[in-house]
Design a protein around this ligand. Sequence first.
Ligand SMILES: [Zn+2]
Ligand SMILES: [Zn+2]
Ligand SMILES: [Zn+2]
Length: 216
Amino acid sequence: MTKPRTVSKGVCELCQAIVARSAISRHVAKCLKMRPAAEPTVVTELLHVVAEADPYWLHIDVPMRAPLSELDGLLRNIWLECCYHLSAFTIGGTNYSRQPDTYYGDKPLSVAIGSVLRPGDRCRYRYDFGSTTELSIRVVGTRTGQSNDARLLARNVAPVVTCERCQNPAAFVETNRMVCICDACREKQEFSVEGGDVLPLVNSPRTGVCCYASNG
Ligand SMILES: [Zn+2]
Ligand SMILES: [Zn+2]
Ligand SMILES: [Zn+2]
């Protein structure tokens, strides 16, 4: 698969504006201030985190007291879930996972995110220990907000991937060789190889991996 270049633009999930990647944090902060909650709710301390797997990226707000499983769940929903694989965060040499191996000092995902991550911190996240999708996560700041759940603030616009046969935008990916192809070329010729599947090309670092097809 020809790796798309880093996507320099993203969509604000609050107002749907297309914003330069370098300005997205500032835009989201302003956008949130202009949208007070409809009904008064409890004010929560939030961590603003960025999840990246070049060229894909997400900006997310997570309540500090929320467990790591909250962020794990959001990442699965938006980017990763195909068939309920295991996943883990690696923070400062410790693995936090759904099925922690205590022999190796692993910890559960029930720990509060604010107790293990601070602004400026980075950590690694892996989904599926077979065909692994690895993300880099960094905490870019804190803010107060009304949300009690992790929420998506912004994401990269879908990268343009060209069809290997005709150079039009591709719509599918063949999982064995990671060849990307457009709708028309797919209809014209048989292009899946033995043992491979043809999956829709989606805006996620898991596109073309395992049986990943959705893009929540
Ligand atoms: Zn906005
Ligand atoms: Zn899978
Ligand atoms: Zn084509």
